[in-house]
Design a protein around this ligand. Structure first.
Ligand code: ADP
Ligand code: MG
Ligand code: ZN
Length: 457
């Protein structure tokens, strides 16, 4: 029988905190479109004589929000440490962090969806070094990061991905992490021996591939009798393989020392309580609320809560006096359809769709003033910016007589289809109905058109 191993996986997750400014200076946190080295100052480029300013309060608040959501204990009076290493991306020769051998992290313990959290801490990001060109872009240098460390309690890549998706969703609800900046994850995997740490995975897809490859590799090594020691790996996306970078560095290799310039980070109980009370709903709370308040189906509620902007849109729509339960498909199907078609999301800066405008359309349909088909056609033009249909003419449903006239015209103009239908080809009717819709600019009622055509034929 083949031997099986208890697979253990633990994560170290790094996310960019969603702040305006960097952690120890007043430089704006860069966006990808900023030219290299345009968001820098003597502090974040580590120039001689420069000292850090007190840590950015906004970063501390965002950190506390996340720690509270993870049910961690917030520690006050913790020290900043210098984590030393010599590399082109680190102008000062050390990174400021509240972690390391002697450190008490800013938050300890916690649990999220059944997985224990060991700790979470704040730190600054290094710069970006391009080994090919040798160029260094300091824009990122000094940006505030959170690192979340989980216990090694995952046992498969599928479990990891599902958990991370939920974590990312929850963090998006508090807007504490910069979405476009992405997350970086170090994945620790052990099977029969010591653990291997795969560094810097930057997408869920790569995380999954790297874990699956690594488990397979370790088990093959076991069968070959190779000892599994602590090691640090990288993942080669093109080859789809993990590659050895180095034997595991020890904490002592970083020569952690307390930073003499910065006072311990105080986070008072009062501030923590205040942040706790201002936390927005979590996806789970939102889901429960939707089910209770609007008694919509669980499947629809889940589609909505997968995206904060979508669920907020739905809640706004409900305020417009619409029976949202009955009309839910206008959001879960039609709105998503027009967004997907245009490859846009509600978060996109150039997208501006107002619940009020969709409400107007739905009300017109409900009152029988316009056809659902016409409403959908109008919605097609809601991306990127919606408008009031009430201000647009020529949309109302056609009176029956007008539909009859159009049906006659369609029958005259399509003798082949008419003949086919009479010979028993049922699909021809659909074609003819389509023509009526087209000629009426979708203002003919579907039922009326079908009825009239059948009668005339
Ligand atoms: P280090 O600081 O050396 O990286 P930590 O104790 O901080 O070590 O743990 C870092 C990560 O390693 C955590 O995510 C933890 O879950 C994971 N880890 C610890 N032990 C194991 C193990 N036996 N198998 C897999 N991962 C592990
Ligand atoms: Mg580590
Ligand atoms: Zn700066």
């Amino acid at each position: 029988m083949e031997k099986t191993f208890p697979v253990k996986i633990g994560l170290e997750i790094h996310g960019y905190l969603n702040t305006r400014e960097k952690l120890f200076c007043k430089c704006l946190v860069p966006s990808i479109s900023d030219p290299p080295n345009s968001r820098i100052c003597p502090i974040c480029t580590g120039q001689p004589g420069s000292k850090p300013m007190l840590p950015n309060e906004e970063a501390v608040i965002k950190f506390v929000q996340i720690a509270l959501l993870l049910k961690s204990k917030i520690n006050s009076g913790v020290y900043w440490y210098r984590k030393h290493y010599d590399w082109a991306d680190l102008p000062k020769g050390y990174q400021l962090t509240i972690s390391g051998t002697h450190a008490t992290p800013c938050a300890t313990g916690g649990k999220f969806l059944g997985i224990n959290i060991i700790e979470a801490h704040l730190e600054e990001d290094p710069a970006q070094w391009n080994p090919e060109s040798g160029g260094i872009n300091y824009n990122r240098s000094g940006s505030p990061l959170i690192e979340i460390v989980t216990a090694p309690e995952f046992s498969s890549s599928t479990e990891v991905i599902e958990w991370l998706k939920n974590l990312i969703l929850m963090l998006s609800y508090v807007k504490a992490i910069r979405k476009n900046a992405g997350i970086k994850v170090d994945v620790n995997v052990s099977t029969y021996g010591d653990r291997a740490e795969i560094k810097n995975l930057n997408s869920l897809e790569n995380i999954k591939k790297a874990i699956d490859y690594e488990i397979k590799r370790q088990i093959e090594n076991y069968e070959k009798g190779v000892e599994q020691k602590r090691e640090t790996l990288s993942f080669d996306e093109k080859l789809g393989k993990t590659i050895k970078m180095r034997e595991k560095e020890q904490a002592k290799d970083y020569r952690f020392i307390k930073d003499p310039d910065l006072p311990p980070l105080e986070i008072s109980k009062k501030v923590v309580e205040k942040i706790k009370h201002s936390l927005p709903e979590t996806p789970k709370q939102k889901l429960e609320k939707l089910l209770k308040k609007f008694s919509i189906g669980e499947k629809d509620a889940k589609i909505l809560t997968k995206n904060l902007e979508l669920v907020e849109f739905f809640e706004e729509l409900a305020k417009e006096g619409i029976d949202v339960k009955k009309n839910i498909s206008w959001v879960t199907i039609e709105l998503l359809r027009i967004l997907n078609w245009n490859k846009k999301t509600l978060e996109d800066a150039d997208v501006d769709i107002k619940p009020k405008h969709l409400a107007e359309l739905i009300i017109l349909v409900e009152r029988g003033k316009i056809t659902p088909l016409k409403a959908k056609q109008i919605m097609n033009d809601f991306v990127p910016k919606s408008f009031s249909v009430l201000e647009k003419g020529d949309i109302e449903k056609m009176p029956r007589e007008a539909v009859e006239n159009i049906c006659r015209q369609v029958i005259d103009e399509n003798p082949h289809a008419v003949e086919d239908f009479k010979k028993g080809k049922k699909e021809s009717l659909n074609y003819l109905i389509g023509q009526v819709m087209k000629l009426s600019n979708r203002r003919a009622d579907f039922k009326v058109a079908t009825e009239v055509l059948k009668k005339l034929l």
